[in-house]
Design a protein around this ligand. Structure first.
Ligand code: ADP
Ligand code: F6P
Length: 323
């Protein structure tokens, strides 16, 4: 009789809505295939501090609709060292764990690559609200975060409209303008600033506001990605330059929480299942990705070498219709 396979699952880096749905899929798909499945708490730290617990089918009941991650998450400095990685691998071996599903961003995938190099097969699942992972068209959490940002900007518009004001809203995205672009389009923002597109405040904000004022518009929304920043200064500049009242809002972590959308629950479930399938087949050092709308997988090295492509066409569309 073949020995029962043991795998583990952890969430790492910034949390994202849908992480629970992904880890639930890993636990259930693994157990359904006759595996033992362990939950690792607080990211890679759990492998260094022994915070690991065997899961059963009921351990992940009633979590699919919850934001955050029931396994908690962390950024582990110790795991970045070769000694930390070797110790984590040794701990896995001591429990008979031969594979780990890592749900997180590219930092976490670098960790997964290191752990695989230490003899423990790892599979990455993209989980971050920013959608900033080059190898995958979609990351778990993005849809929910955008819908939260959309609702918030709609609310801000109500008050901006009532006062004939300009509202400048900063949304998350350190290196990636996807949340800003899609939220900007969906809320009819007059201007959208993202880190991927060079901008000039006079041309890309002031002139656009002046042009819409000429056609009768009296309130304005400007959506700015976190990676561009400076929303308070921009509000002051708009007031001084155009003589209209301006207010800045930084949405912040409100975008990271909340019950995951249908899309995030479904994609997370597909990706978690796929990760278990790969471990079952003996694969390691791979990332589950969405490409051309389909769930597939790539070598982690290849995945980490990819450069993100910003949707310039969508940006152009936004600029040509938010007038
Ligand atoms: P994200 O996964 O969201 O990109 P981080 O970049 O903070 O988040 O990475 C999460 C964790 O992954 C880190 O705290 C660390 O434990 C691990 N990690 C990140 N980069 C590396 C690396 N180069 N080598 C090994 N582990 C890493
Ligand atoms: O999850 C990605 C992200 O939301 C970035 O947009 C943001 O800069 C970062 O996480 C902030 O993370 P934290 O507050 O956990 O350090």
């Amino acid at each position: 009789m073949s020995e029962q396979k043991s795998i583990a699952v952890l969430t790492s880096g910034g949390d994202a809505p849908g992480m629970n749905a992904a880890l639930r899929a890993v636990v259930r798909a693994g157990i359904n295939r006759g595996m033992r499945v362990f939950g690792v708490y607080r990211g890679y730290n759990g492998l260094l501090n022994g915070e690991v617990q065997e899961m059963n089918l009921r351990s992940v009941s009633d979590i699919i609709g919850n934001g955050g991650t029931m396994l908690y998450t962390a950024r582990s400095e110790e795991f970045k060292t070769p000694e930390g990685q070797a110790r984590a691998a040794e701990y896995c071996r001591s429990l008979g764990i031969s594979g780990v599903v890592v749900i997180g961003g590219d930092g976490s995938f670098r960790g997964a690559r290191a752990l695989t190099a230490n003899g423990i097969n790892c599979i990455g699942v993209p989980g971050t609200i920013d959608n900033d992972i080059a190898c995958s068209e979609y990351t778990v959490g993005f849809d929910t975060a955008m819908n939260t940002a959309l609702e918030m900007v709609d609310r801000i518009r109500d008050t901006a409209q009532s006062h004939d004001r300009c509202s400048i809203v900063e949304v998350m995205g350190r290196r990636c303008g996807d949340i800003a672009l899609q939220t900007g389009i969906a809320t009819g923002a007059t201007a959208i600033l993202v880190p991927e597109v060079e901008y000039n405040i006079e041309r890309d904000v002031i002139t656009r506001i002046i042009n819409t004022q000429k056609t009768g518009k009296k309130h304005f929304i400007v959506v700015v990605a976190e990676g561009v920043g400076g929303v308070r200064d921009l509000a002051k500049y708009i007031e001084k330059r155009l003589g209209i009242e301006a207010r800045a809002t930084i949405l912040g972590h409100v975008q990271r929480g909340g019950s995951p959308s249908v899309r995030d629950r479904v994609v997370a479930s597909q990706m978690g299942y796929e990760a278990v399938d790969l471990l079952d087949k003996g694969y390691g050092n791979r990332v589950v990705v969405m490409r051309d709308g389909k769930i597939t997988h790539l070598d982690i090295n290849e995945a980490l070498d990819m450069k993100r492509v910003f949707d310039k066409k969508l940006y152009k569309i936004a600029m040509s219709i938010s007038i």
